[in-house]
Design a binder for this molecule. Structure first.
Ligand code: AMP
Ligand code: ZN
Length: 479
């Protein structure tokens, strides 16, 4: 086991990983709110967490990871209402999509992937505990946590509490509070909204209490690692600490890890800027899952990741380089024997790879170790200095690295087909699309509607959307 150090947002220091239960890591990850498809920024954070868990595994730790799925909140209630379905049904669609996206990016499913609405009782019990300690108050049927009752508030984000004036908006909920910093543990039902009838009254849980209740239920009162994107440190994680530590009197989390954001071409990703992408958007544009995974993991998690077209091209080339290298090593053409120099070179690469990740999951160092080895072994092969045992050893090293990188398997097309996402079909170019549209117009003119529909379907299967304008013309775009 290489000793592992991780940066801790709580202490602002890189610290040795020190698990509560020796040999085991209990880790909580804030998961998605399933009201829409997750965006690629979200997957930057989820891929980081996957690299972390895979590395911990590779070092011999047992990993118990819990991820929540927020399947009740304002946005879900609104969207489900607009779609005319229940929140559970609405959320299910996006939960399934999320699972598909995780699989496409080779993100391992956490040991416990838990839905908020399956844990209402646990949240109620936690709120009751806080009530008994006099840390809550009720206003208009909603229950609030009184921040003034918890001395450690602000220790994670180092937020300047004096700057937050009563009445300021620091939270998305719209209820009356005694103090702007207070947050809702339990929200009274509004007309027409779903709610649960419970011992603490009718209503639904606030977002923060979900994570505290589910984390402690599965992982105990003190977790080893809690992860999320930087935007969650305040107020979400600050509030998780307040609720959990006020209830148990124990430290909630030993190591807080926050991933910096992904930005696009130097700008914040946002729908209004037109630079907002889901994974499916990228796949439909012809990007491969392995390319996206490689790009997302290539920048160490504490650095902002600038997502660009150029970056995608480089990531694609890098994955191809690794796959070609492995294929070359597996070609049966090496003379029998072992070259001690080569063996030493491989061992050094393995040490450097692990040392990079052990140093606060520095993926850039781990990748440099990988590609330096590829270069040196390629040179050795060119000089015919690589012998059969060396080739086997190099294959083993690459497979070990890929236990964490997870990009070597050439399964991109199969993955997309299996998941039914993106355009696993060969992509049609503009001329082919125009020809098919002309054929469809001709079919319509001779009133052969089944043929016209079949062509529309063929285009749809290839990721092409048609729009029939009123004047009879047809516009098209890639989905
Ligand atoms: P959400 O569904 O908004 O709660 O986000 C799920 C996860 O993605 C959280 O850990 C967020 O902090 C993280 N996240 C949101 N936006 C970005 C971004 N642009 N880059 C990286 N992570 C993000
Ligand atoms: Zn959370």
């Amino acid at each position: 086991m290489t000793p592992i150090s991780l940066y801790n947002t709580l202490t602002n220091r890189v610290e040795p990983l020190d698990p509560v239960h020796p040999g085991e890591i209990r880790m909580y990850t804030c998961g998605p709110t399933v009201y829409a498809f997750a965006h690629i920024g979200n997957f930057r954070t989820f891929v980081f967490q996957d690299v972390l868990r895979r590395f911990l595994h590779s070092q011999g730790y047992r990993v118990l990871q819990v991820m929540n799925v927020t399947d009740v909140d304002d946005r879900i209630i609104q969207a489900a209402g607009a779609a005319g379905v229940g929140i559970r049904e609405y959320a299910e669609k996006y939960l399934q999509a999320f699972l598909g996206d995780l699989a496409a990016l080779h993100i391992q499913t956490p040991e416990e992937l838990v839905r908020a609405t399956d844990h209402i009782e646990d949240m109620v019990a936690l709120i009751e505990k806080l009530q008994q300690k006099g840390l809550t108050y009720t206003s208009d049927g909603s229950i609030y946590f009184r921040i003034a009752g918890f001395a450690g508030y602000g220790k994670l984000s180092k937020i300047d509490l004096a700057g937050i004036q009563p009445g300021a908006r620091v939270d998305v909920d719209q209820y009356e509070k005694q103090d702007a910093r207070d947050f809702a543990l339990w929200k009274a039902p509004k007309p027409g909204e779903p709610f649960w009838e419970t011992r603490i009254g009718p209503g639904r849980p606030g977002w923060h209490v979900e994570c505290s209740a589910m984390a402690m239920k599965y992982l105990g009162e003190t977790l080893d690692i809690h992860t999320g994107g930087v935007d969650l440190a305040f107020p979400h994680h600050e509030n998780e600490i307040a609720q959990s530590e006020a209830a148990t009197g124990k430290p909630f989390v030993r190591h807080w890890l926050h991933a910096e954001h992904l930005i696009i071409d130097g700008q914040k990703m946002s729908k209004s800027l037109g630079n907002f992408y889901t994974l499916r958007d990228l796949f439909a544009k012809g990007q491969k899952p392995s390319t996206v995974r490689f790009l997302l993991l290539s920048v160490p998690y504490r650095r902002q990741l600038n997502f660009t077209e150029d970056g995608l091209t480089q990531a694609k080339n890098s994955v191809e380089r690794l796959r070609n290298f492995l294929a070359r090593l597996k070609a049966p053409k090496f003379a029998a024997g072992t070259n001690p120099e080569v063996q030493k070179r491989i061992e050094k690469a393995e040490r450097d790879f692990d040392a990079g990740l052990a140093d606060d999951i520095n993926t850039a160092v781990a990748l440099a170790a990988t590609f330096d080895l590829v270069r040196d072994i390629n040179t050795a092969m060119d000089r015919e200095a690589l012998l059969q045992q060396d080739a086997l050893r190099a294959v083993a090293a690459m497979e070990k690295f890929d236990g964490i990188l997870a990009v070597l398997a050439d399964d991109d097309d199969a993955t997309l087909r299996e998941l039914g996402i993106g355009s696993a079909q060969p992509r049609l170019d503009a001329a082919q699309v125009e020809t098919l549209i002309e054929e469809r117009n001709a079919a319509k003119r001779r009133r052969d509607f089944p043929r016209a529909d079949a062509i529309r379907q063929q285009l749809a299967d290839s990721g092409i959307l048609l729009e029939d304008a009123k004047d009879g013309s047809v516009r098209w775009k890639y989905k």
